[in-house]
Structures are given as C-alpha cells and as structure tokens.
Design a protein around this ligand. Sequence first.
Ligand code: FES
Ligand code: FES
Length: 205
Amino acid sequence: MLEITVNDISYQLDVEPDTPLLWVVRDELKLKGTKFGCGMAQCGACTVHLDGVPIRSCVTPVSSVAGRSITTIEGIGEQSENQQTAKLDKKLHVVQQAWIDEQVPQCGYCQSGQVMSAVALLEKNPQPTDDDIDKAMAGNVCRCGMYGRIRTAIHSASAKLAKEIILIPADEKPAEVLVKPTAAEGSFDPTAAEGSINPTIAEGS
Ligand code: FES
Ligand code: FES
C-alpha cells in the first residue's frame, strides 16, 4: 500500500510502485483534468505540482511521491462550504479566470498543463517579464499555437494578483507580502471530468 496526498486528500493505493503518477491521478483517482500527451516528458500536458513545483506526472513513479503533496488542476481553485445550501462553492484560480477572459484555449487539450505551469510561475515570480514567461512555459507545447494568448493571460493574472497584494504594516514582523489568490466567478468547472478549460470549445482528443 502506498499513501499519497492529492489536493489535500490522502489516499491509500494498491498499485505497483513504478506506476506513473499520471495513471494514478486519472485512472485510480478519476481526476481527468490532467492529460496524457507524449508520455515522455516532452509536452507538458500532464503537468501537476509536487510540493508546489511543476512536474511531468507521466514519467514520475508514484512511489517517488509517497508522503508528499500533489496538486492537480482540480485543486488550484478555492472551495468553501455554503452554509445555506450545504454545498461546496467553488471559485476559479485567478489564472483560470485569466485563461477564460483572454480566450486562451483552442482545442483545450494542452491547457491544463499550461495553467499548472503558469500558476507555479506566478507563485515564484508574481511579476514575470515576457522572457520569464517564455522560459517558464517552454516545456508546455501547444499544438494550436496559442502562445501569444498564454503570455497575455499570464500578464493579466499577474496584474490582478498585484491589485490583491496586501502589504503588512512595517511595524508587524515579519515584513512580507501576502498574495491573496482569488478569482471572479466563472463558468468553468475545474473538477469536471475530461473538462476543457473553455467550456464553449470541445476538447480535441
Ligand atoms: S504527457 Fe507528460 S510531458 Fe507529455
Ligand atoms: S489549445 Fe493547446 S493544443 Fe490545442
């Protein structure tokens, strides 16, 4: 038995240790937002976060992530319990909302991985330059060639995050900057199985 934590939930899994994490995420946990592209760490479609760092889940043996924190596209937004309806209210991550606002996806297949890499970039570098973006996103291939819109959406998300920066007063220790990731309401359900980022565009394959 292996124990892994995905989107803050712990799972006990009876799988072979060398099973790729991508197989576990999609087939065992039924989190279908993460995609299979090349299976060789060449396209980025399978990108998830391991302790906040983007990795290629297609070449990551599940045994190597036991006891560590994995985040998939389904886990980057916020959700809270609605006291009135007793249901979960979901909010998109600011990057997901920027992807919708800037109409980034065409077929949508690569976009889960693109969003995960963009989220990791902005957590590390909230104000990236074009060059920073190109370097950070270089491993995520888009066969539809939506690179210009991806860059625009990252700048858009960066600008929104900058507006939400809360500066802690200088007399409070430690002096630091907090970024409060919130997102406007949107129609994309990041937990939807096989969900395209843009619900108005059918998934390519
Ligand atoms: S499917 Fe993992 S990098 Fe292409
Ligand atoms: S939108 Fe990127 S592969 Fe189609």
